[in-house]
Design a protein around this ligand. Structure first.
Ligand SMILES: [Cu+2]
Length: 484
């Protein structure tokens, strides 16, 4: 349900008279006078990543990450969103199964929060687990817009029953700062399991040959990195005791990057992906997270010392992407030891014998990069077509109750974090292998690889699919589904 700004102003205008009985009666005839459960204020502010690295960016409630919002599954919430900036904004409730008009994507018909205005939204949070909220505006070539800013915050939706069944939990929001354009970039090619497919490489090479511009298109790089708004070594360490089991909820809030995370001498037991419990709680030496992915993992503290939990890339870690873990009774300089290479394979968290339900229909997508085709920016096409932000035309019509299989073929060397709005999906094929039982809302698709996932059309309304890499979604990599 959406309460528009005009109605809201009407209802709050009645507030000063609320004491008088006649006025109360009149107020009841119009919009109900309720106080919002939560209030988010979008405004520019400063983040002290370190005493000598203070950045100015757009924030929620003046902080980074934005406040942790704890919802109860199935319990309606009312949220006021104030926009103190000069440009329209959108807050997207990532990973939730809610109506299109409050989901926060303009492509689905959600209204913008006007500059220096506000919107009141209300929805019933679901499903339980680790979600998040972030801006959904297009940034294009403006690195002060969209997810390049500090507009990201964690959401935890408590289950209806047995909330908080853990000893201790820590939320970690991974984020980069001081973005700048470069020609070409360094993709983490060692991240994912699976091998490149020859036919897709050939398709990619053909697209490169056709490109009129032979120089590489723009990519975005960053100068500064932080976990929970602090560069490695700044702020308080995570203080632990030997034998403690700590549940980490890790969010990659990057606009464009794939991240890794390791804790020297420790391993992660993955219990949930994108907030959804996994069938197999596999133990892994390190985590890989695509843009907008979440991993919930338990670390057993059994290797006393002072350690760095950080990114495998020395450059990124040395410029802030890490946090110190300090055992009780231990002091001194935090140590880093690089774990052995490990390729991320979603299927290890799936059901032991993979037997996904058969889909009613399969839709295939071939993803091609048109090198530097848009004024130096790469353009992305799905089945030969780039999404038009002007017409925002739905490309696929789906029918309620049907199970759809989406099959993606990546004819580029980039890793794409594919995201479907308002629906969860089940991975059915990754890195050339069948799988089942892993429920997600973002999945990384490796360079020149394929991935398949199924979703059930059970939440009517316009539904956006896109790559979560801001530079990809802004330059064509989107598709809109509509219900029949
Ligand atoms: Cu992408």
């Amino acid at each position: 349900m959406l309460i528009d700004r005009r109605n809201l102003l009407k209802s709050t205008a009645l507030l000063p008279f609320a004491h008088a009985p006649a006025q109360v009666a009149r107020a009841e005839e119009s919009a109900p006078l309720t106080k919002a459960d939560y209030s988010l204020r979008i405004a520019s502010g400063l983040v002290e990543l370190a005493p000598d690295h203070i950045v100015s960016t757009t924030l929620y409630n003046g902080q980074l990450p934005g406040p942790l919002l704890r919802f109860r599954e199935g319990q309606r919430v009312v949220i006021d969103i104030h926009n103190d900036t000069d440009t329209p904004e959108l807050v997207h409730w990532h990973g939730q199964l809610i109506p299109s008009d409050v989901d926060g994507a303009a492509e689905e018909g959600a209204p913008y929060v006007p500059p220096h205005g506000m919107s009141r939204i209300t929805f019933t949070p679901k499903p339980q687990g680790f979600r998040f909220y972030h801006t959904h505006v297009s940034a294009g070539g403006d690195l002060n817009r969209g997810t390049y800013t500090g507009q990201a915050g964690p959401v935890y939706i408590e289950p209806r029953q047995n909330p908080g069944a853990y000893d201790r939990e820590i939320f970690l929001v991974l984020k980069e700062f001081a973005p700048a354009f470069s020609r070409g970039g360094d993709m983490a090619t060692e991240a994912l399991a699976g091998a490149p497919i020859k036919a897709l490489e050939a398709l990619g090479e053909a697209a490169d040959r056709e490109a009129s511009d032979k120089t590489k298109g723009y990519e975005v790089g960053y100068d500064l990195f932080a976990i929970n708004g602090k560069m490695l070594g700044q702020g308080e360490p995570i203080r632990v005791k030997q034998g403690e089991r700590v549940l980490f909820h890790v969010l990659n809030a990057s606009a464009t990057e794939i991240r890794s995370l390791a804790l020297s001498g420790h391993s992660f037991k993955v219990v949930a992906l994108d907030g959804n419990p996994v069938p197999t709680e596999a133990e892994v030496p390190l985590l890989w997270l695509g843009t907008a992915e979440r991993v919930s993992a338990i670390v057993e503290m059994k290797h006393p010392g002072v350690w760095i939990m950080g990114d495998l890339a020395d450059d990124d870690r040395n410029r802030g992407m890490g946090i110190v873990v300090e055992y009780a009774g231990h002091k001194g300089k935090a140590q880093w030891s690089k774990p052995k290479p490990f390729r991320w394979d979603y299927s290890q968290f799936g059901k032991a014998n993979a037997s996904p339900a058969a889909p009613d229909e399969t839709i295939e997508f071939t993803i091609v990069k048109r090198n530097a085709a848009l004024g130096g920016f790469n353009q992305w096409t799905l089945n030969g077509e780039a999404f038009s932000m002007e017409s925002m035309k739905p490309k696929f019509t789906i029918r309620q109750g049907r199970r759809y299989r989406l099959k993606f073929r990546n004819a580029s060397d980039d890793i794409h974090p594919l995201h479907l709005h308002r629906h969860s999906f089940e991975l059915t094929r990754v890195a050339g292998k069948a799988t089942s039982g892993v429920i997600k809302d973002v999945v990384m698709l490796g360079g020149f690889q394929e991935v398949e996932f199924d979703f059930t059309a059970d939440n009517p309304g316009p539904t956006l699919f896109h790559c979560h890499q801001q530079l990809h979604m802004d330059f064509g990599f989107m598709a809109l589904f509509d219900y029949a």
